[in-house]
Each structure stands twice: as structure tokens, then as C-alpha cells.
Design a protein around this ligand. Structure first.
Ligand SMILES: [Zn+2]
Length: 324
């Protein structure tokens, strides 16, 4: 739950773009001038490309760098270090030290309860107009169970009737100031499974001046947006960056799924794409192209056929292209 990058920085490692120099530079050519140890922030792991034994989780990292025992390491990690603990995690740690672990489906249940408090998108509402302006219409809003936060204070109050503030902060719906997150991002896009059960969501601003335009629920991304498209039948699926692009294609009758960001595609999702020919529609920019190569390699490794959707002009995404 600690950010492994933050811990690495606290250990004095010079982390640049998710990499740092190996702590055994003598094993590397040129003293590992080009850093060989990569960090997987999402999984909380690090790994050196050269040294077999330089890998592991946050605890192993501290042990390796400081030469501490596992117990000493736990103490070191739990000591009050606000500089490395994100606000949301402070509460988590506080709770954990009390030994009050949350039930297994705590977050899932909270997402269910949150979404139940929200209203479907209304035609002629600001959110409805925004979606229609992007060529995404009501049958698609309804099918994908899109929701809108109409009244932040009402939703906050209802949540606080059901959950303690501590729990809402641990669950990730509330920030450390005790406020519902996703302010001014009223369009809520749930990630539903094939039985229409939500397990994750993104909150989207409809005001173009709000940055960042999307906020993700803080938690594991369980599967791509529109999991129902991955039904195991033979066919084509378009893989887009972001739910809005996937919605754009769905509206036009294409079978599409979305991932919240180009780097969020997980190797364990490959099996979900069974029997699909995957058309990769990531943004045509540097990050998109790099991500596309990585995802394509993962899918091809599982024997799946992939194609790149090369129609997109440089700098455009699916939605902007279709709307034009
Ligand atoms: Zn090494």
C-alpha cells in the first residue's frame, strides 16, 4: 500500500522515470550508468535486469538497501513518515496498526453503494449535452450505466449516513480533508462486468478547464471498461485508451473495450481477450505508440492477432477523430 517509488526516494535512490541505478553497480558495465532497476509502482515491485537477486517488494527493497531484518524494516516503514505516505494511505496505515483489516469486499461494496446514490444521465442536462456533443447518445449511456453526481453535498451526506468518515477515506471515496472526491467531475463511468456489476469507475469532468479531466477510483483496476465485450467468442474487439473513446466506438456498433491509461493494461488481462482479434486504437502520440507496442507484444505472446488502427492522425484520439 506504500508507494514503492516514494520509499525508494526516501532511501535516497535516484528514481527517474521509474528506474534507478542498481545497488550493485560493480556487476554492471560502466557502474550501471544507465539505470537497470525498474519499478512497477502498481504492483509494488522492483527488479534489476542484470542481478537475479535484486528484486522484490517494498520490504525487500528496504532490507536490501539498509541491511535490516524484516522486523526492523516493518518498523522503519511504519514510522511516521508523512513525506512518503499519500494522504489516503495515512488513514490506511493508522487503521492497520490497530489490526482492523477491512472485510474482503469492502471497496466493492462501497462502489455499489456510491453508484446507487447517483442518477442516470438525463437528456437536456449538462452531462447529457456533453455526451451528445461527443456523439454518444442515451441508449449507450443507459446500457453502460453511466451516472452523474447532481448534488455533491447530498451524496456526501448519504454516504456518511452509511459509512464512517474513516471508512470512506480508507475506501478512497473521500479525501483527507473529509470531502467526497471527484469534485467538478460529475460524469461517473462505471466499469461493469458481464452481469452489470460495477467494480471500478472513473470520474470525468465535462468542463474543459478542469484538470485533470479524469479521476480514477483509487483501487485495483479489475478489468478493462466494457468487460462484456470480451465474451470469449471469435471476433474483433477494439482496444481504446479511455472509456470515452470506447463509448464512441460502441455507439457506432463496434465491439470495444477501454483502459484508463496507456500504461494500465495488465498482463493478467490477456486471457480475457481469448478468441479476439484485437485492433489497438491508442492515441497516436509517443506514449500511445509505446503502449501499443507493449500491449501488442503481450497479446501476441498469447497467440492473439493484433492490428493497429492507423487511421488516426498524429495527436488525435478516437473521439476527436469521429466527432470531426
Ligand atoms: Zn543489478
Amino acid at each position: 500500500m506504500l508507494s514503492i517509488t516514494a520509499v525508494a526516494l526516501r532511501l535516497g535512490l535516484n528514481v527517474v522515470k521509474g528506474r534507478f541505478r542498481c545497488i550493485f553497480p560493480e556487476r554492471h558495465a560502466h557502474g550501471d550508468r544507465t539505470p537497470s532497476v525498474s519499478i512497477n509502482e502498481e504492483k509494488g515491485f522492483f527488479k534489476c535486469f542484470v542481478c537475479d537477486n535484486v528484486k522484490g517488494d517494498v520490504v525487500s527493497l528496504v532490507q536490501l538497501v539498509l541491511g535490516k531484518t524484516r522486523q526492523e524494516t516493518a518498523k522503519w516503514l511504519n514510522s511516521d513518515t508523512p513525506s512518503i505516505v499519500r494522504d489516503s494511505q495515512k488513514f490506511f496505515l493508522k487503521k492497520r496498526t490497530k489490526g482492523e483489516d477491512k472485510p474482503k469486499f469492502f471497496k466493492e461494496k462501497m462502489i455499489f453503494d456510491f453508484l446507487k446514490l447517483l442518477s442516470p444521465i438525463q437528456p437536456y442536462s449538462a452531462t447529457g449535452w456533453w455526451l451528445a456533443g461527443r456523439g454518444i447518445y442515451k441508449p449507450t449511456w443507459d446500457k453502460m450505466l453511466l451516472r452523474c453526481i447532481d448534488d455533491y453535498s447530498l451524496v456526501s451526506r448519504k454516504l456518511l449516513e452509511k459509512y464512517s468518515l474513516d471508512d470512506l477515506q480508507i475506501g478512497g471515496l473521500f479525501n483527507s480533508y473529509g470531502k467526497l472526491r471527484y469534485g467538478r467531475r460529475p460524469l461517473i463511468i462505471p466499469y461493469i462486468d458481464e452481469k452489470n456489476r460495477p467494480f471500478y469507475f472513473q470520474a470525468r469532468a465535462i468542463d474543459k478547464d478542469i484538470k485533470p479531466k479524469e479521476l480514477n477510483f483509487q483501487g485495483t483496476i479489475p478489468f478493462p471498461f466494457n468487460k462484456a465485450a470480451l465474451d470469449g467468442e471469435h471476433g474483433i474487439v477494439y482496444l481504446c485508451e479511455g472509456a470515452i473513446d470506447a463509448l464512441t466506438l460502441l455507439e457506432r456498433g463496434f465491439n470495444a473495450v477501454g483502459i484508463p491509461g496507456v500504461n494500465t493494461f495488465k498482463p493478467e488481462w490477456v486471457s480475457l481477450f481469448k478468441n479476439k482479434k484485437v485492433i489497438l486504437c491508442l492515441d497516436n502520440d509517443e506514449a500511445g505508440r509505446a503502449g501499443e507496442a507493449r500491449i501488442s507484444a503481450l497479446l501476441k505472446g498469447a497467440g492473439l492477432e493484433t492490428r493497429s488502427f492507423r487511421l488516426l492522425p498524429e495527436g488525435e484520439d478516437i473521439n476527436s477523430w469521429f466527432v470531426e
